[in-house]
Write a protein that binds this ligand. Structure first.
Ligand SMILES: N[C@@H](CCC(=O)N[C@@H](CS)C(=O)NCC(=O)O)C(=O)O
Length: 226
């Protein structure tokens, strides 16, 4: 009963990167289907019928060629894999330590609930015509989010965001830092976040899941500084 995992992804999407990184860390083989967000593939009728949120990622699980599940939110995908493959590079502290798990999830939610939704492509497309400076907007919300992350991580971190284990917090943090650098956020003002982001660059799964190393990354963008 071989299961296959197909991920709809876009190289620049931080939400897609979470899923790519987790798959590499856990050794889950995935196939990709590419959704070009700037070309509005996410709004096409065919993709919207797969994911009515018109966003990436989406995970399609098939067993012996037959679709058995479609999961349409990045954190639901990460938790599904965590529950399906709990022993293959666990990305949450053990069930016996619910406080530790909640702390990791606090960090995860700072990125996934407080930063990403208000800095998403569809928001930028809505504010730009209203004359709002998109870079300033991104910097404000990202900086506020990273400040909160820094405060918690300063207390929780070891080598990574929560002690010395790579967790879901790191999985969502690394792509968020890449996005923040693109918009000129001064990450250096957050020493714990900066240090962890540097550490994560040494971890194979993070390198393989990085936006620079995707099959749909255009060559001219791949070599860009940020
Ligand atoms: N809550 C969703 C958010 C997904 C999301 O917003 N993805 C972005 C890319 S990171 C997207 O597809 N944006 C397309 C758009 O805004 O049109 C998740 O975690 O999967």
């Amino acid at each position: 009963m071989a299961k296959t995992y197909t991920v709809y992804t876009y190289f620049r999407s931080s939400c897609s990167a979470r899923v790519r990184i987790a798959a590499h860390l856990k050794g889950i083989e995935t196939e990709y289907k590419f959704i070009h967000l700037l070309n509005n593939d996410q709004q096409s009728e065919s993709y919207a019928s797969v994911n009515p949120s018109q966003s990436v990622p989406t995970l399609v699980v098939a067993e012996d060629g037959k679709e058995v599940a479609v999961i349409r939110q990045s954190i639901a995908i990460l938790e599904y894999w965590e529950e399906t493959f709990p022993d293959s590079t666990p990305l949450l502290p053990p069930l016996s330590d619910p406080v530790a798990r909640a702390k990791v999830r606090d960090l995860v939610n700072i990125v996934c609930c407080d930063i990403q939704p208000v800095t998403n492509l569809r928001i930028l497309r809505r504010i730009r015509p209203a004359g709002i400076d998109a870079n300033e907007w991104q910097q404000q919300f990202m900086t506020a989010g990273f400040r909160a992350y820094e405060t918690l991580a300063a207390a929780y971190a070891g080598k990574y965001s929560f002690g010395d284990m790579v967790t879901l917090a790191d999985v969502v943090l690394a792509p968020a830092v890449d996005g923040a650098l693109r918009f000129g956020v001064d990450i250096a003002q957050f020493p714990t976040v900066s240090r962890i982001a540097e550490e994560l660059k040494q971890v194979d799964g993070f390198v393989k899941g990085n936006w620079r190393n995707q099959p749909d990354t255009p060559e001219e963008v791949r070599s860009a500084r940020i």
